[in-house]
Design a protein around this ligand. Structure first.
Ligand SMILES: CCCCC/C=C\C/C=C\C/C=C\C/C=C\CCCC(=O)SCCNC(=O)CCNC(=O)[C@H](O)C(C)(C)COP(=O)(O)OP(=O)(O)OC[C@H]1O[C@@H](n2cnc3c(N)ncnc32)[C@H](O)[C@@H]1OP(=O)(O)O
Length: 182
């Protein structure tokens, strides 16, 4: 199947919109996740979002440096946010590739810009760059991902159905519509 450009959903939030956390207990963006990454994300021009991750002592691998797995988590979140919020379809990460190009010290902030690259049937391609300490800082980490569209039931069948029901109710109450079922 040919890869086509990824066009944002007509109801997708516009540039400048600060996006809400998608789940309070999400390790990457939730306020309830102890030692979580507490990431914040907003929509930018193009099919892109911008996310910020402040690296704390709780995120270390080597002394004074961010753990690579947590950096991958931050990219999974930013990429998931660009897919979920701009395309408005339920999707899960099938593949995530990261390039660690510079060390990311504790106390630094990673400014991640994530973009939609294309769609081929259920497959959604996205990529991201993480700039160190400034929007135009040097790229410390970059990533590419394949997301796969799933039926909404993926989350209720394999995850916590009660939590999913509450999430859905909140999304409807906030007029956040989702295109479900691939
Ligand atoms: C997290 C959301 C909470 C719920 C909210 C609901 C809505 C969402 C709303 C907003 C979301 C906003 C933000 C989200 C932020 C962060 C998101 C984090 C996302 C994650 O962190 S999520 C956890 C990790 N993730 C998994 O837990 C996936 C486990 N996995 C599976 O559940 C299956 O594995 C699945 C479904 C992936 C595929 O299974 P399947 O049976 O449905 O489909 P199939 O295997 O046929 O694949 C179809 C086509 O994708 C190709 N394909 C698949 N996998 C590939 C790979 N790895 N490499 C290369 N190609 C691959 C095939 O080759 C085929 O391609 P082709 O059609 O060309 O043959």
């Amino acid at each position: 199947m040919p890869t086509e450009p990824a066009t944002p959903h007509p109801d997708a939030p516009g540039a400048g919109t600060d996006l809400p956390t998608h789940y309070d207990h999400c390790f990457a963006c939730g306020d309830q996740a102890e030692s979580g990454l507490r990431m914040r994300t907003s929509v930018d021009e193009g099919p892109t979002v911008r996310s910020r991750f402040h690296v704390s002592e709780a995120h270390q691998g080597a002394p004074g440096l961010a753990h690579g797995g947590l950096l991958a988590c931050a990219f999974d979140e930013a990429l998931g946010m660009v897919v979920g919020n701009l395309l408005r379809v339920p999707a899960v990460t099938g593949k995530l590739e990261t390039d660690f190009r510079r060390p990311v010290p504790v106390g630094s902030t990673l400014y991640i810009v994530a973009r939609l690259d294309g769609i081929a049937g259920r497959k959604i391609y996205a990529s991201a760059d993480g700039h160190l300490d400034a929007e135009d800082g040097p790229v410390a980490v970059s990533a590419r991902a394949l997301f796969v569209k799933v039926a909404f039931e993926h989350f209720s069948t394999h995850g916590d159905p009660d939590a999913i029901e509450k999430l859905t109710a909140t999304a409807i109450a906030n007029n956040r519509k989702w295109d479900i079922n691939p």
